[in-house]
Design a protein. Structure first.
Length: 347
């Protein structure tokens, strides 16, 4: 007997989300069932259901920032018990055998990651995400949510938190690093807080000055509005590391000019457009251009524990299900402070 639960889903590309019911599988021996308390709205949900990342099978119930409580465990589950706090991020399974999986970087699994929604398990089960009452997932892809972080503030850490933590950790950002975070939305506001907690000196590069006071509150030493082209002259060759979280097209060359010799620009923002750049922007100062995809399961747990230790989490606006479509438009307009999370009691 499978379980039917309430969810919100897009019936087709670009169509508004609406209530549906979805089916969750019976627990396998290594599965846990989580009653979802809150689910974050990531800009990736919007890119996906609006068809900006290619064709998908609909309906899609998005959501890969999931926090809640374990309500049932399979017969062989060892790491979770009923009543535990648990989270699920962007992945629900991987091959477990390839080099990336062996390295604990399941997000780069070459055998095939199973994403939390709009993805297919090897047995044909199509995944549906966190805008729903419950999710069933193997214990290996569930995370422990520290007691000190409320569910609504923890949910966005499962994607926005780890996506910004991962490159900062990978490139060894810490005391002495001069970091710029481009775009202060869901990812950006976590990137600022985490980079600051790691000991870096952080500057926010935002379109306008509207979020300046928040940048300082999140630990940045400076906030500059990129609408003013003088910023690109004044900050030329200032940073060791740039984290680009922008969801839309930007001129990469302008930003590369802000890097010092040997500086690195890591792109996590994923607009559908091609972003042109000249290699000259890299060559003259031996700069690097890179990308980074979420983070592995062990790294996600390290990030959650790091956030708890440093007293940081996502700043959220809690919404009800019937506000999801309006929230999508606000996210696209850079009008979210700083993550919408859905109260799943309202689904
Ligand atoms: P978000 O909350 O919408 O934040 C994006 C920010 O980018 C906005 O708040 C805005 O910041 C800035 N921005 C938006 N449009 C812009 C424009 N036309 N020009 C310049 N800046 C602009 O989105 P998010 O949830 O943080 O996600 C950001 C991107 O990362 C999305 O493309 C998403 O799909 C991607 N993503 C990637 C990964 C990964 O693993 N690589 C994981 C999650 C998400 P200001 O108001 O400060 O200008
Ligand atoms: Zn996401």
């Amino acid at each position: 007997m499978t379980t039917t639960v309430r969810a919100w889903a897009a019936p087709g590309a670009g169509e508004p989300l609406e209530p549906i019911t979805i089916v969750r599988r019976d627990l396998r021996p290594d599965d846990i069932r989580i009653r979802i308390a809150y689910a974050g709205i990531c800009h990736s949900d919007i890119h996906t259901v609006r068809g900006e990342w290619g064709d998908k099978t609909y309906p899609i119930a998005p959501g890969h920032e999931i926090a809640g409580e374990v309500v049932e465990v399979g017969s062989e589950v060892r790491t979770f018990a009923v009543g535990d706090r648990a989270g699920v991020g962007c992945m629900v399974d991987s091959c477990g055998e390839c080099e990336a999986c062996a390295d604990g970087e399941e997000q780069y699994c070459t055998g095939g990651v199973v994403w939390t929604y709009a993805s297919t398990y090897p047995d044909g089960e199509i995944t549906q995400g966190g805008y729903s009452q419950e999710i069933v997932v193997t214990e290996r892809f569930a995370l422990r949510i520290p007691e000190s972080i409320p569910f609504e503030n923890a949910a966005p850490l499962l994607c926005a938190g780890v996506t910004t933590y991962s490159p900062l950790e990978h490139w060894g950002i810490g005391p002495g690093s001069k970091v710029a975070v481009v775009g202060m939305g869901g990812l950006g506001h976590m990137g600022v807080q985490i980079a600051h907690a790691l000991g870096a000196e952080v500057t926010v590069l935002s379109q306008t000055d509207r979020k300046a006071a928040d940048s300082k509150r999140f630990g940045a030493v400076a906030h500059r509005a990129t609408a003013d082209p003088a910023v690109f002259r004044e900050l030329a060759e200032s940073f060791d590391f740039i984290l680009n979280t922008v969801s839309a097209e930007i001129n990469l060359g302008d930003y590369l000019g802000l890097l010092r010799r040997n500086g690195v620009m890591v792109n996590v923002g994923m607009p559908s457009e091609h972003l042109p750049m000249k290699v000259q922007s890299l060559i003259g100062r031996r700069r690097s251009m890179a990308g980074s995809n979420i983070g592995g399961i062990a790294q996600t747990q390290r990030m959650l524990d790091f956030c708890a230790e440093h007293g940081i989490a996502a700043e959220v606006e809690v919404i009800s299900a019937d506000q999801i479509n309006e929230a999508y438009d606000r996210v696209v307009n850079s009008d979210v402070r700083y993550r919408f999370v859905i109260d799943t009691d309202t689904l």
